[in-house]
Design a protein around this ligand. Sequence first.
Ligand code: CA
Length: 266
Amino acid sequence: MKFVNQSGVMLVWLNVIIFSLSVTCITHAALVEEETIEVLYLFDEGEGEVAVDSSLNGRDGAILGAQYAEGVFGTCLLYDGQDDNLIVTGYTGVGGVDPRTTLFWFKANGTRDHSWVKWGPNTSGAKYYIRAHVTGQACFLRIEVNGGQNYGNDDVCDGEWHHLAVVFPEGADSVQDHDLYVDGKLQEKIGNDKEMNTNVEAQEINIGARLTGHTFLLGFLDELAIFSAALDVDQINAIRENGLQGTVSVEPQDKLATSWARIKKY
Ligand SMILES: [Ca+2]
């Protein structure tokens, strides 16, 4: 067709512009709502005793004894299993039955009931404690609330890096409602169910320190984040593959200095 009137040309251009804007919006859409990122540690400082929080909340953590080592992305924290800990100063976690996701990379220096992330007091249904469940020479990802627990079936104490994610879905109310992921794989749900009402008044979040009857974390920890939202498997896998900084929109810690080093190390 030789004749194309002016309004026709305009319409074509308008469509091109709308399409371009749509693509731009999709490209820049955040994988996770920034407001749901409660705390986010990259552990890329490489020195010092402050873990910088890259969420909008400024919840820097106090590193007690843990040393820096080579991580999955950049550097990570190495725990000695004796008394090392990280305290999220002034933050007591996600409470009640609100949805939440806790995820991190872990590499064990041995099989034990590693204390990973905990908040809430050690009372029935009020505790929120993510630790390792030991069976023989293997250990599994476990969440317990005092009176109930939920643990998986893939060994994470084999001396290799593993990505662990603990998801408490919207509308859930008991510990067996959690979905546990190891390296992006949904775990079996083993254990006894218990209603939850997580307490967020008694205790700041501890990362690595033992709770009654268990042991300190022994090994490497990298890229830890807690969300007040239930992430799905696609979001978890995107974070696992590309790193928190490459996936979740956060305040850049020091993008120019660290971007070269943020290439997955294995
Ligand atoms: Ca790191």
